[in-house]
Ligand binder design. Structure first.
Ligand code: RTP
Ligand code: MG
Length: 141
């Protein structure tokens, strides 16, 4: 299996709940390495660009409102099968449907405030990592 990089975001609800460290522990316990990280408040333009694939969806404005409602923590995770592994750790988009023990089952309130983002495939991972980090900001480990 290939070593991959994936883009992860701890969303404003999870930052407000003060569970950044607990979420990072889940990544580490699963064998994922943090190779880049930053906390920031997204501008509307940044959030709209990041979620551009959803621009025509009915929930787009709510999604952008939510993602700009407070600081987020953005990180690059690296490891074997990192993209699918991170999605497994996250659980389903709607926390009510997320499997027990997943990040969304344990920390998310609703389909809007669902604690984390993770890239959903190799192409989105490459695009999303580059959206937030210059190559020299990613630390080989
Ligand atoms: P994410 O991109 O944030 O990791 O979430 P995801 O892949 O699990 O879900 P996606 O389909 O990409 O949707 C992005 C975010 O939009 C919100 N959403 N709301 N009301 C709805 O039907 C609905 N569907 C999606 C969620 O907050 C989701 O995380
Ligand atoms: Mg998605």
């Amino acid at each position: 299996m290939a070593v991959e990089r994936t883009l992860s975001i701890i969303k404003p609800d999870a930052v407000a709940k003060n569970v950044i460290g607990q979420i990072y522990s889940r990544f580490e316990q699963a064998g994922l390495k943090l190779v880049a990280a930053k906390m920031q408040r997204l501008s509307r333009e940044q959030a709209e660009g990041f979620y551009a694939e959803h621009r025509e969806r009915p929930f787009f404005k709510d999604l952008v409102d939510f993602m700009t409602s407070g600081p987020v923590v953005v990180q690059v995770l690296e490891g074997e099968n990192a993209i699918a592994l991170n999605r497994d750790l996250m659980g389903a988009t709607n926390p009510r449907e997320a499997a027990a023990g997943t990040i969304r089952a344990d920390f998310a309130q609703s389909i809007d405030a669902n604690a984390v983002h993770g890239s959903d495939g190799p192409e989105s991972a490459a695009r999303e990592v580059a959206y937030f980090f210059a190559e020299e900001e990613i630390c080989a480990r």
